[in-house]
Design a binder for this molecule. Structure first.
Ligand SMILES: [Zn+2]
Length: 291
């Protein structure tokens, strides 16, 4: 848990960003209804610009799963993401969980997001991530919709036990949900007969950084697999407006260690090799070796 990562670690991992604003987080939805999104002060542009700078400093590339709602309001930001060489992917349009929508509404949402993103950036969008990792045993039809909408891969499952999301017994590594669709689950590590989060989210802010580093190192060196890691722009923003009246658990989870995230991400970018999901997992020669 202590040694610096040596250059011998040649595995290229996939870094991903879910591009949404702090007030669109599912746990805050009881406090900031959708009808207020347009009047709520936005921080997403400033925060994504910071991420673009961190990636440029580290000479690394990432995949940005971007909400259609955000892309409509910040088209210049979407174009800057693509122009910097990052992969533009879809987080759907409205940020409704997949298991809150019926099949037709879900399909319409993910088609709309793909169309908006592709029109703005003039690039093909291959990847989709469901809000709050909301594809599970109850809505496997979502994969048919994702493929029919023209996506090539999904990254919509975190195979852990969690009160808001997670399918604890889902496969831990990329696998085909259909012949034409790859699912790339967020990285976990297996200990004591259960999966432990190793691919980001609130855990990255909760655990000391060396724990996160050790987990990813084990996935790379013991299991010989690339990791896939995710975070949100608001997690780098200790100055975001505080949402009043929220319950203690949500407050703890949302605001914990925000001031440390930028520094931790810089270390993460320096300690491992990172690239876009399509290059890590989709190409025939990819380290993920899934085709
Ligand atoms: Zn989201």
């Amino acid at each position: 848990m202590n040694a610096a990562i040596e250059p011998r670690n040649l595995v290229v991992n996939a870094l991903t960003v879910d591009v949404e604003d702090y007030f669109q987080v599912w746990a805050l939805s009881p406090y900031i209804p959708r009808s207020q999104w347009d009047e709520t002060p936005s921080r997403v542009e400033r925060n994504v610009e910071l991420i673009l700078q961190l990636l440029a400093d580290a000479d690394a590339h990432a995949t940005f799963f971007t909400l259609g709602w955000i892309a409509e309001r910040f088209p210049g930001l979407v174009r800057r993401i693509a122009a910097a060489g990052h992969e533009l992917a879809s987080h759907g349009y409205s940020h409704h969980k997949a298991n809150e929508l019926d099949r037709d509404a879900f399909f319409a949402d993910i088609v709309l997001a793909k169309t908006i993103l592709q029109d703005i950036a003039d690039t093909e969008v291959l990847g989709y991530r469901a809000p709050s990792f909301s594809i599970n045993r109850t809505n496997g039809w979502a994969y048919d919709c994702i493929a029919q909408a023209g996506y090539r891969y999904s990254s919509s499952v975190y195979p852990i036990q969690h009160d808001h999301y997670g399918v604890p017994d889902a496969p831990r590594f990329p696998h085909r949900e259909r012949d034409d669709l790859l699912e790339v689950p967020i990285t976990t590590m297996r200990f004591f007969e259960r999966n432990w989060p190793a691919g980001g989210g609130g855990y990255f802010r909760l655990m000391p950084y060396p724990v996160s580093r050790w987990l990813i190192q084990r996935v790379n060196e013991v299991e010989g697999r690339p990791a896939i890691f995710f975070f949100h722009p608001w997690e780098l923003d200790p100055d975001q407006p505080r949402v009043p009246g929220i319950d203690a658990k949500t407050r703890f989870r949302h605001y914990l260690n925000l001031h440390q995230t930028e520094h931790r991400l810089r270390r993460l970018l320096g300690d491992f090799r990172w690239d876009r999901v399509d290059r890590v997992f989709l190409s025939p020669s990819a380290a993920g070796g899934q085709l």
